[in-house]
Design a protein around this ligand. Structure first.
Ligand code: FAQ
Length: 327
C-alpha cells in the first residue's frame, strides 16, 4: 500500500478497499513505480489533477518571463543582455513543453491559455512581485530558479510519463538559469558598497516570496495527500521548502550577505535549518489577485496575446493553404 504520510485538507484519499477493481489496478501500477502514459486508463481525478498542475506550471513559465523581460533592454553589458535574453526565451520553451504535456491529457492549449487570460487559472505567486533593480535579476535566477529546480528535480520522478520527460529537459536549462543568477550576485557583492547593498536588498525582498513558491504548509495543502498517493507529487510542500532553506543559507553566507531570517539556525543533529514561515496571509492574498503586480501581469499577458493575433491568423491561413494544396 502506498505511503500516506501527509494530511491535507482536500477530499479523503480512498483506501484500497474503497477502490473499484480498475482503480486498484491503477494504484498498483503507481505503487510499482510504473509511468502512466496518455492512452492508459486513469481515474478522472488523476487526469484532472495533472491538467491543473501542469497547466499552472506552464502559465508560471510564461508569466514568469515578465519580471525578467522587463530588464532585457537595461542589462548592464551586451553579454548580460544576451544571457538574459536566452534565459527568458528558455522560459517560453518550458511553457511550450508543458502545454504540450497537458494536451496529451485531452485538453487544448488554446483553452488553457484562455483560462489564464480570463483570470480563471493560477500561476506561481512569485511572479506577482516586482523586479526593481539589476540585482533582482541575480536574485531571481538564484532564488526563484533555485526553488523551481528543487521542485522540478523531484517532478522528474512524477508518475505521468510526458510530464516527467518534460521535466528532465527543463531541469537542465534551469540549472544554467540558477548559475547565471548566482554569477550576477557574485559580481554585485564584489562591487561597490552600493552594489552590495542592492544585492542584500534584492535578497531581503525575494526571500519570503521564494519560500511561498513551495505552496501552503502541508497541513493547509488541499491536494498533497491525493497527489502524493498518485505520485504526481513526490515531495511535500514543506519538504521542498526545507530543502531550499538548507541549500540556500550556506550560499548566502558564501556571498557574505545577511540571512533575511534572523532566527534561522542550523540544528547540528539533523543538519537542517530552522526558519520562520513566510506571511501566509500575504500568500493567500496574492493568490486571490491582490499581490503588487497581479493586475500588471494579466494586462501584459492579455496585450501580448492580442498583439499576436495577426501571427496566429497567419499560421492558420498558411496551414489551410498547405492542406488545400495537398488535396
Ligand atoms: N503560487 O494543495 P496545494 C518557475 C495553489 S516554475 C500560486 O498545496 P499542489 C520557473 C495550488 O495550485 C514555478 N498558487 O497545491 C521560472 C492550489 O490551487 P487550486 C511553478 C499556488 O498543486 C523561474 C492551492 O494553492 N512551479 O518558477 C502556489 O498540491 C524563473 C492549494 O495548494 C510549478 O508549478 C504558489 N506558489 O502544490 C520561470 C511546479 N502554491 O488549483 C520564470 C509544479 C500552491 O486548488 C522565471 N507544481 N498554489 O486552486 C507543483 O509542484 C505544485 O502545484 C505546488 C502546489 C507545489 C506549487
Amino acid at each position: 500500500m502506498y505511503a500516506q504520510t501527509v494530511q491535507s485538507t482536500g477530499r479523503k484519499v480512498k483506501s484500497l478497499e474503497e477502490m473499484s477493481d480498475q482503480e486498484r489496478a491503477f494504484q498498483a501500477r503507481i505503487d510499482a513505480g510504473e509511468k502512466i502514459e496518455p492512452k492508459d486508463w486513469m481515474p478522472d481525478g488523476y487526469r484532472k489533477t495533472l491538467v491543473r498542475q501542469i497547466s499552472q506550471h506552464a502559465h508560471s513559465e510564461v508569466v514568469g518571463q515578465l519580471p525578467e523581460g522587463n530588464w532585457i533592454t537595461r542589462a548592464p553589458t551586451l553579454e548580460r543582455k544576451a544571457i538574459l535574453l536566452a534565459k527568458v526565451q528558455d522560459e517560453a520553451g518550458h511553457g511550450l513543453y508543458l502545454y504540450s504535456a497537458a494536451e496529451t491529457l485531452g485538453v487544448s492549449r488554446a483553452d488553457l491559455i484562455d483560462d489564464l487570460l480570463a483570470g480563471r487559472a493560477k500561476y506561481s505567486s512569485i511572479f506577482n512581485y516586482p523586479t526593481l533593480n539589476w540585482a533582482d535579476m541575480g536574485a531571481v535566477g538564484w532564488l526563484v530558479d533555485g526553488a523551481a529546480i528543487i521542485n522540478q528535480v523531484a517532478l522528474q520522478r512524477t508518475s505521468y510519463g510526458p510530464y516527467s520527460r518534460a521535466m528532465v529537459r527543463i531541469c537542465k536549462e534551469e540549472s544554467f538559469h540558477a548559475r547565471q543568477g548566482f554569477d550576477i550576485m557574485m559580481k554585485m557583492v564584489a562591487g561597490t558598497a552600493a552594489q552590495k547593498a542592492m544585492a542584500q536588498d534584492a535578497l531581503n525582498r525575494l526571500w519570503w516570496p521564494a519560500l511561498m513558491m513551495f505552496g501552503p504548509p502541508d497541513k493547509d495543502s488541499v491536494h498533497s495527500a491525493q497527489s502524493m498517493a498518485w505520485k504526481i507529487k513526490v515531495m511535500t510542500n514543506d519538504e521542498g521548502r526545507q530543502k531550499f532553506v538548507d541549500q540556500t543559507i550556506p550560499q548566502i553566507e558564501y556571498l557574505g550577505l545577511d540571512v533575511p531570517d534572523k532566527a534561522a539556525r542550523k540544528n547540528p543533529k539533523t543538519g537542517h535549518y530552522s526558519f520562520v514561515d513566510p506571511d501566509w496571509d500575504e500568500f493567500f492574498a496574492v493568490l486571490k489577485g491582490y499581490g503588487p503586480c497581479n493586475a500588471d501581469r494579466m494586462l501584459a499577458r492579455n496585450k501580448a496575446h492580442d498583439d499576436g493575433a495577426w501571427f496566429r491568423e497567419g499560421l492558420l491561413a498558411y496551414a489551410e493553404k498547405q492542406t488545400i494544396a495537398a488535396e
